[in-house]
Design a protein around this ligand. Structure first.
Ligand code: C2O
Ligand code: CU
Length: 451
């Protein structure tokens, strides 16, 4: 269980940008005095983690911390990560959402996975201010469920100033009565819908995570859903919030919403204004079966804030001006999402008719802007994720397509479709896959080439 009221001191000993404190996980220490370099050590290792009082679970961690430590850098800085693999199995680190060179992206088709006891140095320049996350790209459905993920914040030069920043991981985990993680991909529901947890897991805690704030404090929450499969539906009680950013950074126009739908892989940055004293609750809305056997939605509190009355004046946080790309698409393509069977009768998940395709879905020219229809031909939903490049979601008037801003992940509901406009401005060999990790594992994994 995390120390809920301790901020983390991120002040660095050397010259260079200083970043606001961020609550939620320890911050990786920059070992390099140069102002334009952030150099850190990240070590994947086995660890027994206390998820709740009396519940110790054998997990994987980065640097012994769950969630993994926060990596922070400023736009333009070079990030050097000395990665050590102390796990009993091979792995890579993928920097989800970052536009970096493909050989640094953790793609096991490019980078030979890091073997147990070996190391690899990742080095890249960060270009876009936003909330990202990192996780392995080898046996993802097991390694991420076991605890390998952390937040990666890229700060812009004119970030808005909040009273506090928090990093909230909205996760779930499947645990059996002995406190173990049951075997992977053994059940039909897990193969069809991905592995859903039986407990909600927030910043490494199965219990409600609480903190104290003052009335009229304004906070920035960076939300990430690192679950294997569960789309999180979040509602806030007792304070007001609005969405100010998403996968690709701050939005030109923040928007208010009662509910944030957060598919796996995606991020939202929200501004929370504690406009009244009392208790604030962040609820995860989950479908459950009630006593009468009906499926109903129930609110499960996951974070709680005690707001102390204060005479501080309400304040408005200035947000920087943001513009989104406006280039029109010059080409249209379709990606079909299907389920099928291999020659042994096992379920496979496919993109454009192929499971684990070795042929890329498409080859696009550098700078090409492409309208892509994502067509889901089966019932289960698919959060589609594109590496190394951003896209926008075409708002066709349906509520869930109203998703402004740059994205790297978008939810395609069952038997439905969504259109995106992708800006292929980062050359390379880019993974394109469903972020339901079981679907990816069972074939819904391909690549797009930008040359
Ligand atoms: Cu978050 Cu291909 O990954
Ligand atoms: Cu999927």
């Amino acid at each position: 269980v995390i120390d809920t009221d301790a901020g983390t001191d991120t002040s660095v000993e050397h010259e260079g940008p200083t970043f606001p404190e961020v609550w939620g996980a320890p911050v990786l220490e920059d070992e390099n005095p140069a102002t334009d370099i952030v150099e850190v050590t990240l070590r994947a290792e086995e660890k027994t983690v206390t998820l709740a009082d009396g519940l110790d679970v054998d997990m994987y961690t980065y640097n012994g911390s769950f969630p993994g430590p926060i990596l922070q850098a400023q736009v333009g800085q070079t990030v050097i990560v000395h990665f050590e693999n102390a796990l009993p199995e091979e792995t890579t680190v993928h920097w989800h959402g970052l536009r970096i060179p493909d050989e640094m992206d953790g793609n096991p088709r490019i980078q030979n996975p890091v073997q147990p006891g070996e190391s690899f140095t990742y080095e890249f320049v960060v270009e876009d201010a936003a909330s990202y996350w990192y996780h392995p790209h080898v046996r993802e459905n097991e390694q991420i469920e076991k605890g390998l993920y952390g937040l990666f914040i890229v700060h812009g030069e004119d970030e808005p100033e909040f009273d506090r920043e928090r990093f909230l991981t909205i996760d779930d985990i499947l645990i059996d009565q002995n406190g173990d993680l049951p075997p992977f991909l053994q059940s039909h529901p897990e193969i069809m819908h991905g592995r859903s947890g039986n407990a909600l897991l927030n910043n490494g805690s199965l219990d409600v995570v609480s903190f104290s704030v003052d009335q009229n404090d304004v906070e920035r929450w960076r939300l990430v859903n690192p679950a294997n499969a569960r789309t999180m539906k979040l509602e806030l009680e007792g304070a007001s919030w609005r969405v100010i950013g998403t996968d690709g950074g701050l939005l030109p126009e923040p928007y208010e919403t009662d509910r944030i739908v957060l598919p796996v892989g995606q991020r939202f940055d929200v501004e929370v204004v504690y406009d009244q004293p009392g208790t604030v609750t962040l609820n995860s809305m989950v479908l459950v079966r009630n006593d009468a056997g009906e499926i109903v939605e129930e609110a499960f509190p996951i974070y709680e804030a005690e707001v102390a009355a204060s005479d501080a004046e309400p304040r408005t946080v200035e947000l920087p001006e943001v513009t989104l790309p406006t280039a029109e698409p010059t080409r249209s393509e379709t990606i079909e999402f299907d389920v099928g069977q291999d020659t042994f009768g096992n379920t496979v998940w496919m993109l454009n008719g192929k499971a684990h395709s070795n042929d890329p879905l498409f080859t696009f020219g550098y700078g090409e802007v492409v309208r892509i229809k994502l067509r889901n031909n089966a019932g289960p939903e698919h959060p589609f994720h594109l590496h190394g490049n951003f896209f926008t979601v075409v708002n066709d008037g349906r509520a869930w397509t109203n998703q402004p801003g740059l994205k790297d992940t978008v939810l395609v509901p069952g038997m439905d479709e969504v259109e995106i406009i992708a800006y292929f401005d980062n050359p390379g060999q880019w993974m394109a896959h469903c972020h339901i990790l079981e679907h990816a594992k069972l074939g819904m994994m391909s690549e797009i080439i930008v040359e």
